[in-house]
Design a protein around this ligand. Structure first.
Ligand SMILES: *Cc1c(COP(=O)(O)O)cnc(C)c1O
Length: 297
């Protein structure tokens, strides 16, 4: 799978007076730079599924997502490059006007099917696993194989010896991967982008066979009202963060995560001497759904 270069993950150190004053080193792991389409964590989560798919290339890869899903477009891209056919099951009725994400999926040769919300809820849980002779990837790669793939991200962070690693959490598959490889004195911080995400222990149990971790901290206050919800304050932060550090973020995941991290730095959550590494898990294509002028980048 040589269409991406995961060996060149950029660990970018950010500088400002506040960080200096608080004696914190802050890094952003720029997974978003791996590739403009298959950016971020999605590629890692897909790795073992793709490996399985390559062993039976006659079978299409089938996966699931919403109309703006980063996972769907990443799967379409990977399958395109690997010469595998792909089917994307999209939540909701077929829209009259396709989102940028769905157009890109089609351009990459993904066959799109639309499922009503009820149908979708059933399908995306894999309730028909392999019924149709395809390689089934659950929504967001939410299975132990997805977490195993995500854990590879940790291998690329070692050189900076982070004391804290922060990641935005959707399905928790990436989080589970981080926890697999964290040392006992590394704190893993999860920033859920969904409101009232109470089932994290059950998710980790399913993915890793372990419910609770002493070195996990979950920040539940930065979802901005729920999944893909946004407001002026978030946009203002994302724009300021870009102007200061030249790091673009997305409004669904990484913008909220970075907002939380900068706030916690202000509140002295991190002790002097901390080395904080934030995963830029990509997702920038999602910003294309915003009205023009919302963001300066
Ligand atoms: C999918 C996604 C996440 C969430 O990853 P999970 O493994 O589902 O928790 C975080 N950031 C971005 C940009 C994503 O696209």
């Amino acid at each position: 799978m040589d269409f991406f270069d995961i060996n060149s993950i950029l660990l970018e150190e950010l500088h400002d007076l506040r960080l200096e004053e608080k004696q914190i080193r802050l890094y952003v792991a720029r997974l978003d730079k791996i590739h403009p389409v298959v950016s971020g964590n999605k590629l890692f989560k897909l790795y073992y599924y793709l490996e399985r798919a390559l062993a039976v290339p006659a079978q299409p890869v089938k996966t699931y997502g919403g109309a703006y899903s980063n996972h769907l477009v990443a799967t379409a891209f990977a399958c395109n490059r690997l010469g595998l056919s792909s089917i994307g099951v999209v939540r909701g009725e077929r829209p009259d006007v396709f989102s940028h994400t769905l157009l890109q999926c089609e351009e990459l040769g993904m066959h799109l099917e639309f499922a009503s919300r009820d149908e979708y809820a059933d399908l995306s849980k894999g309730n028909h696993f392999n019924a149709e002779e395809c390689i089934n990837i659950p929504e967001g790669g939410f299975e132990p194989d997805g977490a195993r793939g995500a854990s590879v991200i940790m291998d690329h962070l070692k050189s900076i010896h982070p004391t804290h690693i922060c990641t935005a959490t959707g399905t928790a598959t990436t989080l589970a991967g981080m926890l697999q490889k964290a040392t006992s004195h590394q704190i893993i911080i999860s920033v859920p982008v969904l409101k009232n995400m109470h089932d994290l222990p059950e998710r980790l149990q399913f993915l890793n066979g372990q419910k609770r971790y002493k070195n996990l901290d979950v920040w539940n206050d930065f979802h901005f009202g729920g999944y893909a919800k946004k407001n002026e304050e978030l946009f203002r932060f994302m724009n300021q963060f870009y102007e200061m550090h030249a790091v673009p973020t997305d409004f669904v995941y990484t913008g909220k995560m970075m907002y939380g991290v900068m706030k916690k730095i202000n509140e002295n959550y991190f002790a002097p001497g901390s080395v904080v590494c934030c995963l830029h898990t990509g997702g920038l294509q999602g910003n294309l759904s915003l009205p023009d002028g919302s963001l300066v980048f």
